[in-house]
Design a protein around this ligand. Structure first.
Ligand code: FES
Length: 383
């Protein structure tokens, strides 16, 4: 099996197809339920050029809408687009442009005095609702109807995971710009061969390379045992592994779930780490990182989380550098060139198969010129 053609990482014409065929109907992680602690709190979440607002209602439920006013299209809610910081809107969404106000169900409930419209129908100007769902404390949203319920997808792969509702943030969410296509960044998280080659000199390791389980529809499961000492070890990585050994006699391990197309969940003994790759302009993406954990203020646990986060921070920096090298290299390949994927690379094969099944095939085989040739593509039916 071969990977994706180089042009798929470089062609700006592909973004609309990827957005409509992949991102719009996919479940996207928005936040943890604890990030919406009370009625009237809300988060903004942006993905693929779309913006969403998800809020906690007075009855304790969750509602999600496209973050756009039905009057002249102004964005309703500001706030950070990727880190999802919560803020109070008091159960009402008031557009900052001309003051149209919507209630928590999305209904248009007031227009400032002095604005008159011919044959106006307020019901026809309610906010566009999103699909919002919760799985064990994790909040997801989809801009278009997904193929499966999120519970159905995640229960199949992570049915043995505990309820995560009691968890709380242990770091502030981080959004790291990355000068690489979102597909490259996703593939990097699924690539196991580079771990023993590229990483030792770049950063320490806490866990061994992921061992993926074959199969799975839109979700892939993996495990990894805590690593043994390796080149590149630091005080943090050694301390983390020692603390894990002190906690339990059996080798500690982390469980992973990769939810198509762009979400990696890691459940380790010290908490849940979330990595979400968000698409950006051609050749760019954003790495969104969040961490949650069950309340445990013991010194050992605080040290475990601290060292884990230190190593992850180094890992993010090293991964971003590696991805830039690969993105730049792709631009020097022929448009149709695609390297082989090793037989043991279960995750990479799964990702490539999913991309090919959902994205339009290239329309021509014009080679790259000077590494910069952009090839137009033809949308597949229904894309
Ligand atoms: S654009 Fe929102 S009130 Fe005019």
């Amino acid at each position: 099996m071969r990977g994706l053609p180089a042009s798929w990482y470089l062609d700006p014409d592909r973004a609309p197809f990827e957005d409509s065929a992949i991102f719009a109907p996919s479940w996207q992680f928005v936040c943890h339920v604890s990030d919406l602690p009370a009625s009237g709190t809300a988060v903004r979440f942006d993905c693929g050029g779309r913006s969403a607002v998800v809020l906690r209602t007075k009855a304790g439920g969750l509602q999600g809408f496209r973050n756009v006013c039905r009057h002249r299209g102004a964005r309703l809610v500001e706030g950070d687009a990727h880190t999802g910081l919560a803020f109070c809107i008091d159960g009402r969404l008031r557009c900052p442009y001309h003051g149209w106000t919507y209630d928590e169900a999305g209904a248009l409930v007031s227009i400032p005095a002095g604005q008159h419209f011919d044959e106006f129908d307020a019901d026809a100007h309610a906010l566009h609702p999103l699909h919002v769902a919760q799985w064990r404390g994790l909040v997801f949203a989809a801009f278009q109807a997904p193929l499966q319920a999120v519970e159905q997808v995640l229960d199949a792969a992570a049915g043995t995971w505990p309820d995560l509702t009691s968890m709380r943030r242990v770091i502030e969410p981080r959004a790291t710009p990355c000068a690489a296509d979102w597909k490259l960044a996703c593939e990097h998280t699924l690539d196991t061969a580079h771990v023993d080659i590229a990483r030792p000199a770049l950063k320490p390791r806490l866990f061994a390379p992921l061992v993926f389980e074959p199969g799975g529809g839109d979700v892939l499961r993996a495990t990894a045992e805590v690593a043994t000492g390796a080149l590149g070890d630091t005080w943090s990585s050694r301390m983390y592994r020692q603390l894990l050994r002190d906690r339990q006699p059996t080798p500690a391990r982390a469980d992973y779930v990769y939810l198509w197309p762009n979400l990696l969940l890691q459940l380790a003994p010290d908490g849940l780490s979330i990595l979400q790759v968000l698409p950006g302009a051609t050749g760019h993406s954003t790495l969104r990182e969040l961490r949650y954990a069950a309340p445990d203020a013991s010194r050992a646990m605080r040290l475990l989380r601290y060292t884990h986060q230190r190593v992850r921070r180094q890992a993010f920096a090293a991964d971003a550098r590696t991805l830039v090298r690969v993105q730049q290299g792709m631009a020097m390949l022929g448009a149709d060139e695609a390297g082989p994927i090793a037989t043991g690379e279960v995750g990479l094969r799964w990702f490539a198969e999913h991309c090919r099944a959902r994205l339009p095939a290239p329309a021509s085989s014009t080679p790259a010129i000077g590494g910069r040739k952009r090839r137009r593509t033809t949308p597949a039916a229904g894309a």
